[in-house]
Design a protein around this ligand. Structure first.
Ligand code: HEM
Length: 234
């Protein structure tokens, strides 16, 4: 089948799943901003949105679709990398040395992706396991109320020295994510047809803007709670 057997078919799948994940990130990052607003103004917006989305069949299906997107994106990435390396053979390093204009991120997409997924596993344990999993199964997974997402996030990020370490780990994760997205969005748009000479430079800029907005939303939350935590320790 074309989507599975040809290199451009596999890139197409990578692009569609990648852009789907970017949309999720924009939604997830915007929602997380409520955590900061709630902390500053004493409101309950974040928990209200969580309650509205709920831990129900829609949430389970949404999470499964998301998980499928990540798995397909990851498997195709490995498959494409192996195929590219096999095609280039021993000339792989000579090729890279000649490609002066190629950005660092474009040559390290797989490594960046592995870093992003590695941290994602930790992240799912930190939050998803203590919220959605606990609600759906009724299992007690932390000392917090699974419906109080705001307290769970604050509990992790403002927990003294441990909170500082977590915030720094999240910042490393977000930098890797920024590099991955800045090249990934550009590459996906190009694969999906935006590849003429005039648009080539423009979609590079669009990729960087998207990556900066998506990652910036998470950075604001992390840096804010890092500041709150350090402030409370002094
Ligand atoms: C400051 C940074 C972040 C915070 C505070 C945060 C917070 C959360 C919380 C509270 C949940 C649990 C929601 C629930 O179970 O109802 C969650 C789930 C999740 N997060 Fe994050 N997140 C952050 C960054 C990220 C990043 C950078 C990614 C992806 C690279 C990501 C991917 C996910 C995924 C896939 C889930 C599971 C699906 C879901 O429950 O919506 N998160 N996050």
């Amino acid at each position: 089948m074309w989507l599975k057997d040809s290199s451009i078919g596999r890139k197409f799948i990578m692009s569609i799943t990648g852009l789907f994940l970017v949309l999720f990130l924009l939604f997830h990052g915007s929602m997380n901003l409520c955590l900061v607003i709630d902390d500053i103004f004493g409101t309950q917006g974040y928990n209200w949105i969580c309650a509205m989305l709920g831990a129900n069949w829609y949430a389970i299906i949404g999470t499964l679709v998301l998980a499928l997107g990540v798995v397909v994106h990851f498997c195709y990435a490995i498959y494409l990398t192996i195929q590219n390396r096999a095609a280039r053979g021993t000339d792989r390093y000579a090729m890279e040395a000649r490609q002066e204009g190629v950005q660092w991120a474009s040559k390290n997409m797989l490594v960046l992706g592995i870093i992003v997924i590695g941290f994602l596993v930790l992240h799912l344990y930190n939050f998803w396991y203590k919220m959605q999993f606990a609600e759906l199964t009724g299992v007690e997974t932390s000392m917090f109320d699974p419906q109080d997402g705001s307290a769970i996030v604050k509990g992790l990020f403002t927990n003294g020295v441990c909170g500082i370490i977590y915030c720094l780990l999240y910042l490393v994760w977000l930098v890797a994510l920024w590099f991955h997205l800045s090249h990934g969005v550009w590459s996906a748009l190009q694969t999906l047809g935006w590849s003429n000479l005039i648009w080539l430079k423009r979609i590079k800029v669009i990729g960087v803007i998207f990556a900066t907005i998506a990652v910036g939303l998470f950075m604001v939350v992390t840096v804010y709670f890092l500041g709150v935590n350090i402030g409370s320790m002094m």
